[in-house]
Design a protein around this ligand. Structure first.
Ligand SMILES: *[C@@H]1O[C@H](CO)[C@@H](O)[C@H](O)[C@H]1NC(C)=O
Ligand SMILES: *[C@@H]1O[C@H](CO)[C@@H](O)[C@H](O)[C@H]1NC(C)=O
Ligand SMILES: *[C@@H]1O[C@H](CO)[C@@H](O)[C@H](O)[C@H]1NC(C)=O
Ligand SMILES: *[C@@H]1O[C@H](CO)[C@@H](O)[C@H](O)[C@H]1NC(C)=O
Length: 340
């Protein structure tokens, strides 16, 4: 009976999944660092918890009120990356993805999904990404930084089987931050626990993973790979001159990277504005990496929808109408292939 239910849901979903045809003439915003979760994984309480679990009620109402056409949902951090047991993690990823597909199946014009993936095993992660993209109509995957139990980073050659699948499916992978496992959090932030989370820990930890992908040559082995980084690039595009100047000195030490980080931000890496609505910094990043690498996002429900939409709607002072449309939706339509 349960299997039949899943099948029916999948059939209904598929009939909607490929029916989106977006184009650049619309006006509404597209946002895709937007969190959702299931009760089994929710550690939050109160309103935040209710907003994470919800899709069709307060979330959609706020989208309508603030001009958000489309949200790509993904499982709130740390999700599967916080599950130490490989078998439990893999089963939970499948469970989360099936629940998300079922929940958005009646409104795929307003909601899309990024897959949750167990990253304990690169082949299994590749298989689940393939299933969710091909069978559930998902638009890519989202990983919450490293996979515990031990810290697994996806920048070593044994992850090439995963990156090969990502490139074959031609979907992006979003790199989202996570809180550190306890011994690391205690050692690094015991002296100033207020730096845990978005103030410092998130960008500091995730930027190391992104720079690991760069310096370990992942983008040289997979020149078509597309990675999205939130929060205006976890600070990396603010610091490219120093990063690349100093990395150049590492080359004689056998660093695999063939190009430089600046170049990968023009060819492989994209950033979103999620939770970092800083106009001067956006303009500096446009100079550093180009407008066509930057897309709007919010980070709901950790960040209020109106604080993001009010900011971006006010950018008509500093961006041309074409540039603003690209930021609000144009690049997202291209990258996520929402135009059919
Ligand atoms: C763009 O989309 C709008 C609304 O979905 C539609 O009315 C319009 O005809 C489309 N334009 C093009 C050029 O496809
Ligand atoms: C989709 O299903 C949910 C849950 O039953 C419901 O709340 C929502 O109104 C439905 N949306 C549409 C567009 O039918
Ligand atoms: C990863 O999973 C595959 C398929 O289930 C299995 O054959 C392989 O041995 C696993 N690799 C590791 C390192 O556990
Ligand atoms: C990165 O590499 C490009 C292409 O070789 C070069 O033009 C640029 O100056 C380099 N950037 C930095 C910051 O080193």
């Amino acid at each position: 009976m349960k299997q039949l239910h899943v099948l029916v849901v999948l059939l209904i979903y598929q009939s909607f999944a490929y029916a989106r045809t977006w184009n650049d003439t619309g006006k509404g915003l597209i946002a895709f660092e937007e969190a959702w979760t299931i009760p089994e994984l929710a550690t939050e309480t109160g309103t935040l918890r209710a907003n994470l679990l919800d899709i069709h009620n307060q979330r959609l109402t706020l989208m309508d009120q603030n001009g958000v056409d489309f949200m790509v949902l993904s499982c709130a951090s740390p999700c599967i990356q916080g599950i130490s047991d490989p078998a439990v993690a893999n089963a939970m990823a499948v469970n989360v993805n099936n629940q998300l597909a079922a929940q958005i199946s009646n409104n795929t014009l307003r909601f899309g999904a990024f897959a949750a993936l167990s990253m304990h095993n690169a082949s299994e992660a590749a298989a689940e990404l393939k299933r969710t993209v091909q069978e559930l109509g998902f638009l890519g995957g989202l990983v919450n930084d490293y996979q515990q139990n031990t810290l697994i980073y996806y920048d070593q050659p044994d992850f090439d089987v995963f990156w090969q699948m990502v490139v074959e499916l031609d979907v992006p992978i979003y790199f989202h931050p996570r809180t550190n496992v306890e011994p690391i959090a205690d050692l690094l932030y015991g002296h100033a626990p207020w730096l845990l989370g978005p103030g410092q820990e998130f960008a500091a930890t995730l930027s190391g993973h992104i720079l690991g992908l760069c310096t370990n040559g992942v983008f040289d082995r997979f020149p078509d790979l597309k990675i999205i980084v939130g929060h205006l690039g976890e600070r990396i595009p603010s610091d490219l001159i120093r990063i690349d100047a100093q990395l150049a000195r590492q080359l004689p030490l056998g660093m695999p990277m063939l190009l430089n980080v600046t170049t990968y931000f023009h060819t492989n890496l994209f950033e979103t504005t999620s939770g970092n609505f800083a106009t001067d910094l956006l303009q500096f990043h446009i100079k550093e990496i180009g407008l066509e690498r930057i897309m709007f996002s919010i980070d709901y429900p950790f960040v209020d929808i109106p604080s993001g939409t009010t900011w971006v709607d006010g950018l008509d002072d500093v961006l041309t109408p074409e540039a603003l449309l690209s930021l609000k939706r144009g690049m997202a339509i291209k990258l996520l292939k929402l135009n059919g």
